[in-house]
Design a protein around this ligand. Structure first.
Ligand code: FE
Ligand code: FE
Ligand code: ZN
Length: 278
């Protein structure tokens, strides 16, 4: 099955977000667990969650991806900031335990001058603390573009985080096409080679989701500016290969492209469906 969707605002609740997804031909979506710039989340609305879960099972929606706020930093230099990240993520995971089959995606963090090794250790500490419960929700480290002091732009760095955190099977990875291309992995000219490298460094069994984004910047620019599918440096042909690749085609694909409204993503989803081999 082709699992395809886009990032949607869920400010009006899960049920509305799920029906928005269905209205544009999507069968998955991503949403921020709370204001992406951080802060308190709204209390859980049990009736909304129940109604959404019914809609999702009737329409085969999922797995859906919950994106952690991107301003929190699990490897911040200050203990209070790291503690804030941990508590935010714990609360997010508690909420997600009510959405069966959801995945929790987060940016590993920025080492802010402490060095990559210190960053990796601090991130692994956070991840292992998050796994102390029996919450089954997978925790996905997102591959990063490597801007500033971002950790996680090399597959080996993600592998070290996973190992240091104890290697629990709930730890997975989201591959963001814009980020890896900006980081210097040539998914346009050598997709097989990149996936081989991923498999050797991390293991393809850890790959749980794909963020589908074209890039505004050239290969290896370490920039992280998303572009509409087919309008950037990655290009439409490469996306045709990505969504059909045997190692990727069963994963959930999620657009995080700069569109004005729902119909923009609807058109992008239709375009991708037309490129999908049966
Ligand atoms: Fe992200
Ligand atoms: Fe992403
Ligand atoms: Zn990005």
């Amino acid at each position: 099955m082709f699992i395809i969707g886009c990032h949607l605002s869920n400010s009006k609740g899960y049920l509305k977000t799920g029906s928005d997804a269905l209205s544009i031909g999507a069968n998955t979506f991503q949403f921020f667990t709370r204001n992406p710039r951080g802060g308190a989340a709204k209390p859980v609305d049990k009736a909304d969650v129940d109604a959404y879960n019914e809609l999702a099972s009737l329409n085969n929606i999922g797995p859906v991806i919950a994106h952690a706020p991107y301003t929190m930093n699990p490897c911040a230099a200050t203990e209070s900031l790291r503690e804030f990240s941990l508590e935010t993520m714990r609360d997010d995971l508690y909420r997600l335990s009510m959405i069966p089959g959801s995945l929790y995606n987060f940016h590993p963090g920025s080492h802010v001058g402490q060095g990559v090794d210190a960053g990796i250790e601090l991130i692994a500490e956070t991840v292992s603390k998050l796994l102390e419960t029996d919450n089954p929700t997978p925790i996905l480290l997102e591959t990063m573009a490597g801007k500033g002091s971002e950790v996680g732009s090399r597959f080996e760095e993600l592998r070290r985080i996973i190992d240091l955190a104890g290697g629990d099977s709930r730890i997975g990875v989201t591959l963001d096409t814009c980020h890896v291309y900006d980081a210097g992995y040539d998914i346009v000219g050598n997709l097989d080679g990149v996936l081989d490298e991923f498999d050797k460094a991390i293991g393809l069994d850890r790959l749980r989701a794909i963020h589908l984004n074209d890039s505004k910047n050239p290969f290896c620019s370490h920039k992280d500016r998303h572009e509409k599918i087919g309008s950037g440096s990655i290009g439409l042909e490469a996306f045709g290969r990505i969504i059909n690749h045997p190692a990727l085609r069963e994963l959930p694909f999620c657009l995080e492209t700069p569109q004005e409204d729902l119909s923009g993503w609807g058109a992008e989803i239709e375009l991708l469906k037309s490129l999908r081999n049966s």
